[in-house]
Design a protein. Structure first.
Length: 145
């Protein structure tokens, strides 16, 4: 398994262990993880702290050039909000752990010039399927249903 996706999965498990939704993300520039994050909507009572948003928040301020060199890894296909952040900051590559349990606007990202790679990692799929079965109300809240 890709070491960066493994780090995102580690973040997802960290979030789940803290009572949250098991989605994790890392931001990579020049082969180095510069930020990590996990979904913290439950833990912090937040409306916006999806894993990708938490990761970008943890990255802090960076230049536009740095974002253009970055790859965002996420255990789950980014939703419309997180995809918007990818576009806003000019992140050119997104690696998705899985999009079977949820698929965000991946095609729109591609149309905007973002390289989107979907791995469909078995651990990512299993982690989300198990969570959705056990906590459908939290899942539906997270995706706005």
């Amino acid at each position: 398994m890709d070491a960066y996706l493994a780090a995102a999965i580690e973040e997802a498990r960290k979030g789940q262990a803290a009572g949250g939704i098991p989605i994790g993300s890392v931001l990579v520039i020049d082969g180095e993880i510069v930020a990590r994050g996990h979904n913290q909507r439950v833990q912090k009572g937040s409306t916006v702290l999806h894993a990708e948003m938490d990761c970008l928040e943890n990255a802090g301020r960076m230049s536009a050039a740095a974002y253009r060199e970055a790859t965002l890894y996420s255990t789950l296909s980014p939703c419309a909000m997180c995809s918007g952040a990818v576009l806003l900051y000019g992140i050119r590559r997104v690696v998705v752990g899985e999009n079977r349990t949820f698929q965000g606007p991946e095609e729109y990202l591609r149309e905007q010039g973002v390289e989107v790679t979907v791995v469909n990692d078995a651990d990512c799929v299993r982690m989300m399927r198990d969570f959705i079965l056990k906590h459908p109300e939290l899942w539906n809240e997270d995706i706005g249903e």
